[in-house]
Design a protein around this ligand. Structure first.
Ligand SMILES: Cc1cc2nc3c(=O)[nH]c(=O)nc-3n(C[C@H](O)[C@H](O)[C@H](O)COP(=O)(O)O)c2cc1C
Length: 376
């Protein structure tokens, strides 16, 4: 059923990408997802270009990949062409990265107020320069650069099509649209019609759709309704990494498996916590795991005490004890299947620097927009 997807030299089958998610798409989570769904593309957490270029240790630690992780995929955030170009070179040269995604969708007020993140697509000339710098650095090593963005600032300032056309013109290998404005943040429904509109405008590189794929069937529906070439999966896989197995099945013409009983979920939870522990040590790994625990258990009637215990779990042994007390036969009620997990905040007016809209053709990078931030 699926014809697969090509992003420059990379062949993806099924045409599925794990969305970059700050604090989530670590080596551990990517590994779990990859094991459920070989063949897709699994993007790292977002890395700040300037931090990478300055040799920030925390940023370097975020660039951990498994030996068998292919292609190595990383997302960059930056606002200055020189820094983004140099960061792309370092990702490739120092960390063996084989795919670089540029993030122009971050709605964090402290970033947009300085002209970074989702504010940048308004500045078309600068946007083109930033993309071109990364594409040039990637092309020297045969590494494709892709571009991820939102519909625009708000309903009065929609930039998705102009951003897509700029990315295409500057040599990006693919574009991905999170079909919400920055003002919407994560609220309401993604506007899939905007994906169809972008697909109609951008004709020489693949267009990926992103937003509200909670079940594998949603991905097939998004592709059918919008004509997009592939899908990017964010919150749908939080606490549900087996969604990638379901996606593989439906794109191969089969059916998604029913939601697993809690005993199966508990096994994946333990594996996830073990993988986090390998990278962060046991206590810190378990602290990182707590919010995943809330996503894994959402909708399962495990009881308030178990849920509370998972919220403070501090060791692998404690995790095993807490999970052992829960009934492994518990099923996910049908009404819980599409319950939202992860961010749901918004809408919220977008803060832009004074006079920002008059600077459309100004190539000067904004000052102070490359603080160490995370998010999309
Ligand atoms: C916890 C979290 C962290 C995110 N961090 C990033 C990020 O660093 N870079 C980015 O481009 N998008 C980021 N996003 C946005 C997602 O990549 C995706 O575009 C968004 O969640 C919409 O897709 P969904 O409806 O499938 O979740 C983040 C989303 C969440 C929930």
């Amino acid at each position: 059923m699926s014809a697969g997807l090509r992003i420059g030299p990379l062949a993806l089958d099924p045409p599925v990408v794990l969305a970059p998610m700050a604090g989530v798409t670590t080596r551990a989570f990517r590994r779990l997802c990859r094991q459920f769904g070989p063949g897709g593309l699994y993007v790292s957490e977002m890395l700040t270009a300037r931090a990478l270029v300055e040799g920030n240790e925390r940023t370097a630690r975020m660039l951990r990949f498994d030996d068998d992780e292919r292609p190595r995929s990383a997302q960059l955030y930056g606002v200055a062409p020189g820094t983004v170009g140099e960061a792309t070179r370092r990702l490739i040269g120092d960390f063996g990265v084989e795919h670089v995604d540029l993030n122009f969708g971050c709605p964090a007020p402290k970033v947009t107020a300085k002209g970074g993140g989702a504010a940048l697509p308004v500045r078309r000339r600068l946007l083109a320069d930033v993309i071109a710098a990364a594409v040039r650095a990637g092309a020297a090593e045969g590494v494709p650069v892709t571009v991820k963005f939102r519909r625009g600032i708000d309903e009065t300032l929609l930039t998705a099509v102009s951003t897509g056309l700029i990315a295409e013109a500057e040599g990006a290998a693919c574009v991905a649209l999170h079909a919400r404005t920055a003002e919407q943040r994560y609220a309401g429904d993604a506007d899939w019609a905007a994906i169809a509109e972008l697909k109609a405008a951008v004709t020489t590189i693949p267009v990926l759709g992103n937003g509200d794929i909670w079940e594998a069937a949603d991905a097939v529906r998004m592709m059918a309704e919008t004509g997009c070439d592939g899908v990017v999966i964010g919150r749908g896989c939080l606490g549900r990494p087996w969604l990638f197995a379901d996606l593989g099945a439906v794109f191969a013409g089969g059916e998604a498996a029913p939601p697993p009983a809690f005993g199966v979920v508990a096994g994946v939870m333990v594996r996830h916590a073990e993988l986090l522990t390998e990278d962060e040590g046991e206590y810190s790994g378990l602290c990182s795991f707590r919010r995943h625990a809330a996503w894994y258990t959402q909708g399962y009637a495990i009881g308030a005490d178990t849920r509370r215990a998972l919220g403070t779990v501090a060791s692998l042994a404690e995790l095993a004890t807490v999970l052992d007390a829960a009934d492994p036969a518990l099923a996910l009620p049908p009404e819980a299947v599409r319950m939202r997990r992860g961010h749901t905040d918004g809408p919220r007016p977008v803060r832009l620097p004074d006079g920002w809209l008059r600077l459309v053709d100004d190539p000067t990078p904004p000052v102070g927009a490359e603080i160490l931030i995370s998010g999309g």
